[in-house]
Structures are given as structure tokens and as C-alpha cells.
Design a protein around this ligand. Structure first.
Ligand SMILES: [Zn+2]
Length: 234
């Protein structure tokens, strides 16, 4: 099996587990993320299990072993450092860095990784707000909820946006929805209708599609009249 295939699978398993914590990670979801057939995924997962990089757990689906998680985080570190380097050093827009990083992440040497890290001042967040794992494989992952899960009247701070769809990133960028920007949910139409949000303190109001709001992760939820513990419930 190619190193790139192994790395892509481990990374996808890590990311899907992060996006829906506590939910069973299915072959179908993995196939969708990787753009291959479920049969291919099943075959590859067997090989990864033999290499002791993943395990199958009843009711939980596929999970990374410690060895698998270590490799996943190393590739993710490469990916996120490259994205930030492309944006900050080369001026590549935030909707285009992901695709480039998908290729570079597999070939980046440890020496270049260190140089990029030092040049950028040992950053902790990529352009989409995702935490960059440290060199020792640790990662500071804040507790987040989806913007679509907020209740009207709640204010939060954008922690991270999903980086996989350039069109979505342009849509969010046009509305000012960047990491570390504060956002208030003003209203939410029932039956999957649009959300009305205020972007930035005393900023502009926007209608937001519910599917877009599902891909924006927020933290530090503050409710009117005091802090709420919504974000800690999970
Ligand atoms: Zn990316």
C-alpha cells in the first residue's frame, strides 16, 4: 500500500471522528470523504487493521489506534502549516490553499516543516481556524458546536470553518465569517430554513443557508445575561 493512501485514510478517519464525535464512523461516510467506492474502503481498512493502524469496534465503527493517530496528526500538521504558509508567504486565497496542501502534505520533509513553522512564528491555527498539532503530536482542540446548533439570542466566536469546499469558503468569506470573528444568531426559520446572523460586534446582518451554518464551528457561547454552559454539554 502506498504511503499516501495510508496517510489519506488515517487523516480522513481522524477528521470525520472530530466532526461528529460520538457517532459511528461508517464505511460509506469514509468512502464519500475519500471519493472512492465503499468496497475499496472495506479492503483498505482490512490492510490498515493488519498494520495495527485502525481497529473496528462494534457500534463505533472504525477508530484509529495510537500509532494510527500519530501518523494522522503528523500529516495534519504538514497540511495546516502548508496552508498557512501558502496564504501568508505567497498570498494564496483561503479558498485555494486546501487543494494545494493535499498534495504537498505527503512530501514535506521534517526539515522544511521546521523551517516553515519557524518562519510563521510557531503558529497554532491554520487559515480556516483549525488547530495545528505541535511537533510532539499533541493538539489543542477547543470544544465547539456547529453554528446551526445555536439558539436565537446566543453569541459565539467562530473557531473553525470546514476547508473542503472552495465555493463554501468564498460564500463565508463574502459575509465576513472568518475564524475569531464574533457572531450572534438573531433568528432561525424552522424546517431547515435560513438563519439570520450578525457578523462582528454591531456588524452587518446576513441570511445564511442552514447547510453553510452546519460547516461553521463556534466556541465560547455566551447567552444574554451571562455565560452559558451549552458548549460543555457534549
Ligand atoms: Zn485543508
Amino acid at each position: 500500500m502506498q504511503t499516501q493512501t495510508i496517510e489519506d485514510y488515517l487523516k480522513a478517519i481522524y477528521e470525520l471522528g472530530r466532526e461528529d464525535p460520538g457517532e459511528k464512523l461508517t464505511t460509506t461516510a469514509l468512502a464519500e470523504r475519500l471519493g472512492v467506492s465503499p468496497a475499496t474502503v472495506t479492503g483498505t481498512l482490512k490492510k490498515l487493521a493488519r498494520l495495527r493502524l485502525v481497529v473496528h469496534k462494534p457500534y463505533r465503527g472504525v477508530e484509529l489506534t495510537d500509532a494510527g493517530r500519530k501518523i494522522a496528526l503528523e500529516v495534519i500538521r504538514h497540511h495546516r502549516l502548508i496552508e498557512l504558509y501558502l496564504q501568508q508567504a505567497l498570498g494564496v486565497p483561503w479558498d485555494r490553499v486546501h487543494e494545494e496542501a493535499e498534495k504537498w502534505e505527503h512530501v514535506l520533509s521534517e526539515e522544511l516543516e521546521d523551517r516553515i513553522d519557524a518562519l510563521l512564528g510557531h503558529p497554532t491555527q491554520d487559515p480556516h481556524g483549525a488547530p495545528i498539532p505541535a511537533r510532539d503530536g499533541t493538539i489543542a482542540q477547543p470544544e465547539c458546536v456547529r453554528l446551526s446548533e445555536l439558539a436565537p439570542g446566543q453569541t459565539a466566536v467562530i473557531a473553525e470553518v470546514s476547508d473542503h469546499d472552495p465555493e463554501l469558503l468564498r460564500y463565508l468569506g463574502e459575509r465576513g465569517l472568518y475564524p475569531n470573528v464574533s457572531i450572534e444568531l438573531i433568528a432561525k426559520e424552522p424546517f431547515g430554513g435560513p438563519l439570520t446572523v450578525r457578523v462582528g460586534r454591531q456588524g452587518r446582518e446576513w441570511a445564511l443557508g442552514p447547510e453553510a451554518a452546519r460547516h461553521v464551528f463556534v466556541t465560547e457561547v455566551v447567552q444574554e445575561g451571562g455565560p452559558s454552559h451549552e458548549a460543555e454539554k457534549e
